[in-house]
Ligand binder design. Structure first.
Ligand SMILES: [Fe+2]
Ligand SMILES: [Fe+2]
Length: 400
């Protein structure tokens, strides 16, 4: 029988007594100032993180609670420093095979089918037959099966089930836009190919959920090197795959972190590599900060909410949730159909702007029509008196 969550962390309220299954994210045995042992635990389900303390039965709970495993937990919910906190009063084992993992591990909002359909759409847009067959062969490779389920990162961005696929699809869609914008100076097919495959090495960098730890090859080689090597192996299996095209894609993979400080094996040396690095950075940061804001606000009591997060140690900043915007990943009603005019975009006299280019019937001026006729004797633009020359000289002396 599958154990299902009935109540999620997001919906818990201070003052209530909770009993239900929670997954242990982290667990520490600590000592109070008086030397008594206690447990500091972070529990998770797919809706968030709940910090917890166990002051009694510490040794007994240590035999039940383990990181990456779920347990049946009970205790009162209190508010502590503006966040919800559980005091553990009971904990018992659960059969780990009876769990629906997606109840406990944050999961991408879009289903695997939706993401794969988007990925397929981007792949179909690759015109170059070599890049096209390389992408298809890599993504469909039996060793890439985990690509569709793994998280995209360990802590900062896309750190949830299917996050790697979601991030790859997002980067690929952005690559399509950027490639189109900079036509013909960027090779769009190369950029999109690199975008889809840039993190394929993460398939072997992390173990499967729920633990999602770094593997030994992941620590020793990293996903940039493993991805580049893997696509090299796949290209060998394709008939006469051009070595120069493979080299370009491999360069995009090994340089997409931008700088050695961030794990890049090479700095970007192609325009497409520069573009991919920026797109990857943008997508990772927006997702990482967006999820951070959502989790912080959801953990705050409604009356204590200011819209501000706590300090983000990696990005060294506080963040404010934009008033009126949905939280990252929140379900929203469908956007206004494109056929309906958006009054906010029309130039209005009240805006104080005179955007002639937006008026109906606007035609750019013909350069020959509007250029003033050349005067026969152009006036001297500067007065040539001695006082002026003296002041100009003094001015230059001040500067240099
Ligand atoms: Fe990466
Ligand atoms: Fe990435």
């Amino acid at each position: 029988m599958v154990v299902k969550n009935k109540e999620f962390i997001r919906d818990l309220k201070p003052g209530q007594y909770f009993t239900g299954p929670l997954m242990v994210k982290s667990l520490r045995r600590l000592l109070t100032k008086k030397g008594a042992p206690y447990l500091s635990v972070e529990f998770v389900d797919r809706t968030g993180v709940l910090s917890a303390k166990a002051w009694d039965e510490v040794e007994a709970y240590l035999t039940v609670l383990a990181p990456g495993e779920a347990a049946l937990v009970g205790g009162p919910i209190d508010a502590y420093q503006g966040a919800k906190q559980l005091t553990v009063r009971s904990a018992s084992r659960l059969d780990q095979n009876s769990l629906d993992l997606s109840d406990f591990i944050p999961t991408a909002r879009q289903s695997a089918e939706e993401l794969l359909a988007s990925l397929n759409g981007v792949i179909q847009g690759i015109v170059d037959p070599d890049y096209h067959r390389l992408v298809i062969s890599v993504i469909n490779h039996p060793q890439c099966q985990a690509f569709g389920t793994l998280p995209g990162g360990k802590t900062f961005h896309h750190a949830y089930l299917r996050g790697l696929l979601e991030h790859s699809v997002s980067v690929a869609k952005l690559a399509l836009l950027i490639g189109q914008h900079y036509q013909p100076y960027l090779n769009q097919d190369l950029l999109v190919t690199g975008a889809i495959l840039h993190d394929v090495g993460k398939t072997w960098e992390f173990t499967a959920a729920p633990s999602s730890e770094y593997t030994t090859p992941g620590r020793l080689l990293g996903h940039l090197q493993m991805g580049a090597a893997f696509i090299g192996e796949v290209a060998k299996t394709l008939d006469n795959f051009p070595a120069d095209k493979l080299l370009l894609v491999q360069h995009l993979l090994v340089s997409h972190h931008g700088e050695a400080e961030y794990g890049a094996i090479q700095t970007p040396k192609l325009l497409e590599a520069l573009a991919l690095h920026q797109i990857d950075d943008l997508d990772g940061k927006l997702n990482g900060v967006g999820v951070f804001i959502r989790e912080e606000l959801e953990a705050q009591e409604p009356e204590a909410r200011t819209g501000w997060t706590s300090y983000h140690r990696l990005l060294k900043s506080y963040y404010l949730h934009t008033p009126g915007s949905p939280l990252w990943g929140e379900e929203v009603s469908p956007p206004v159909p494109a056929s309906e005019p958006n009054p906010g975009l029309a130039p209005s006299p009240a805006s104080g702007l005179n955007l002639k280019g937006l008026e109906p019937g606007f035609r750019p001026p013909d350069i020959n029509e509007t250029r003033p006729p050349k005067p026969n004797n152009p006036p001297n633009p500067r007065p040539s008196n001695e006082k002026f020359l003296l002041e100009e000289k003094r001015y230059h002396q001040k500067l240099f």
